[in-house]
Design a protein around this ligand. Sequence first.
Ligand SMILES: N[C@@H](CCC(=O)N[C@@H](CS)C(=O)NCC(=O)O)C(=O)O
Length: 205
Amino acid sequence: MTVTLSYFDFPGGRGEDCRLALFLAGIDFVDDRVQGPQWPERKGDTPFGAMPVLEVEGKGKLGQSNAILAYVGREHGMHPRDPWEAARHEALMAAAEDLRTRITHLFTVKDAEQSKAAREELAAGYMQRWAADVAKQIAGPFVGGDQLQVVDLKLYVLMKWFVRGGVDHIPTDVFAGQPRLVALYEAVGAHPKVAEWNARFAEGG
Ligand SMILES: N[C@@H](CCC(=O)N[C@@H](CS)C(=O)NCC(=O)O)C(=O)O
């Protein structure tokens, strides 16, 4: 059974956590890295005109990063069996998407001064509230306690974007006031399989 994960060719974004989940699950998947110029012709063949897309032979194509993560997690013991705990993790994954959407919306601000001001305001306001809300829901070091699950990969890849200075005018220590969040980030990065994956590909945001 062939499993293919399609996403852009950079070590970050919504597809990177899906790749990590498949790698940690030990699945020998086809790592389909789409180059920018190929995207327009590929877009029409995706469920929602966007990536990541998971294709499982015999089943079809699945869009939406959180659905992909939950599916891979459920199949491979990296998402809670208990429905309430699973929903709690899914809420955190949705919150990660909320933050991504806020950030990408700011990329539409073209005036340099306005863009800087909007990003600084987001970092000092919304992102601080977001970080405090998420931190409260982390058992430690991972969301569910000692076991790394797909929600942790989602939070890790999102945080890495900022920690690595991927967004101008969002400080790299934007989450420093939330030790539980920082500890989760460090624990995921220190996981041997995550470290192996990161070493294999250029580290990035
Ligand atoms: N909610 C979707 C968002 C998917 C999304 O916006 N993907 C971006 C890359 S991170 C994309 O494919 N952009 C290209 C396009 O929309 O044409 C998810 O979580 O998968």
